[in-house]
Design a binder for this molecule. Structure first.
Ligand SMILES: Cc1cc2nc3c(=O)[nH]c(=O)nc-3n(C[C@H](O)[C@H](O)[C@H](O)COP(=O)(O)O)c2cc1C
Length: 371
């Protein structure tokens, strides 16, 4: 047993009290393949309960409205049936001793008219991300979205608040606002996707405003200490996102301002690809934002046991979230504790329906664990 690793130490703050610092990162698995996009105890419940030894589980992105959808078979958190489905999921996770936040999602311009009876997806501005949308008919080119009216922005803010209320009803321990990876919030943040000239665009403060309006609305429904925010400041060339000279100052502003809130955590990703040739990109996210953010900092992307232990030991982050390693290692925490090699993930079953590649990865470590 190797239990003195930083990753395996309990983490306690005013808002979080978790047995280790290994977090399951949010991952879309497209298993809600029913007409209501409802999660079930048999699929999502089993899947997350198997991972209950994580310090914290963050669910896959879950849309806050029908308008927010952008991928096939992704669950929502806006209908009664979805809330009932998620309730069974959280019950299973809690019964297995775990803690689970739901990730609240709106894809904005990454959606496609095929999801909206031919209507255009909504975004801050009518600018095509020139990316791909994963529709029921396979990958299709994205289109030029419709620029949101102020009324549509207000409705969307309200959708996030309603989703947070639903999350409480469904028994979640908290919510994570998905302001990452080129989706709706990120589209507001970036000057390359937001050409608005009203209260939601034109300056760093105005481009950031949508996030703060949503956090303010969500905290009317769930305590601030149960809200997490996720961002990916150096995303470039993925999901239609392009950085510019104002990207880093924008994220600096947002992270600084998030200090005014008493959040559960701030969840940041290191760059998803090599951005070292982009003069205005930050290549070391945890290093940059640890001194700026005063609350709990969770870091993600490309970590393994060694790097995860090191980043906590250096004091650059409090928690580490693991994505792909959690797909193939439900017992990731036990494997770290027992230094058991990790199982490989199979990316051909990341988004396919049913149990294959979802419920059939072995739980080796738990079986051999000493009690
Ligand atoms: C299959 C798959 C689905 C993902 N879906 C989401 C998602 O719904 N929401 C999100 O914020 N990130 C999503 N991500 C990104 C992961 O949370 C994570 O940032 C990424 O996998 C890098 O971390 P890793 O190197 O530990 O895998 C997804 C990644 C994968 C591989």
């Amino acid at each position: 047993m190797n239990n003195d690793q930083p990753l395996l130490q309990p983490y306690r703050s005013e808002n979080l009290n978790i047995p280790n610092r290994v977090v399951m990162a949010p991952m879309t698995r497209s298993r809600a393949d029913n007409s209501g996009k409802v999660p079930t105890a048999a699929l999502q419940g089993e899947y997350y309960a198997l991972r209950a030894s994580a310090g914290l589980i963050i669910t896959e992105g879950s849309q806050v409205s029908e308008q927010a959808v952008g991928y096939i078979n992704t669950p929502g958190i806006h209908s009664e049936a979805q809330v009932a489905g998620w309730k069974e999921v959280t019950q299973k996770v809690h019964a297995a001793g775990g803690r689970i936040f739901i990730q609240l999602w709106h894809v904005g311009r990454i959606s496609h008219p095929d999801f909206h009876n031919g209507e255009l997806p909504l975004a801050p501005s009518a600018l095509n991300p020139k990316a791909k949308s994963y529709t029921p008919q396979g990958f299709k080119d994205t289109v030029t979205p419709k620029a949101m009216t102020l009324e549509e922005i207000e409705t969307t803010i309200h959708d996030f608040a309603k989703a947070a209320k639903n999350a409480v009803a469904a028994g979640f321990d908290g919510v994570e606002i998905h302001a990452s990876n080129g989706y709706l919030f990120h589209q507001f943040f970036s000057g390359t996707s937001n050409h608005r000239t009203d209260a939601y665009g034109g300056s760093i403060e105005k481009r950031a405003r949508f996030l703060f309006d949503v956090v303010d609305a969500v905290k009317q429904e769930i305590p601030e200490g149960k809200i997490g925010v996720r961002m990916n400041p150096s995303l470039n060339g993925i999901f239609g996102m392009t950085m510019d000279e104002e990207s880093v100052p924008t994220f600096d502003y947002i992270v600084n301002k998030l200090n005014e809130y008493d959040l559960a955590y701030l969840h940041l990703s290191e760059p998803f690809n090599d951005v070292s040739d982009i003069p205005y990109a930050e290549t070391e996210i945890a290093k940059r934002y640890r001194p700026i953010y005063k609350g709990t900092l969770m870091i993600n992307a490309g970590f393994d046991q060694e790097k995860g232990n090191a980043v906590i030991k250096r004091g650059d982050a409090d928690l580490v979230s693991f994505g792909k390693p959690y797909i193939s290692n439900p017992d990731l925490v036990e494997r770290f504790a027992q230094d058991i090699p990790l199982a490989e993930w199979d990316d051909s079953t990341f988004y396919t329906p049913g149990k294959k590649g979802y419920l059939d990865y072995p739980v080796e470590a738990r079986e051999t664990q000493e009690v």
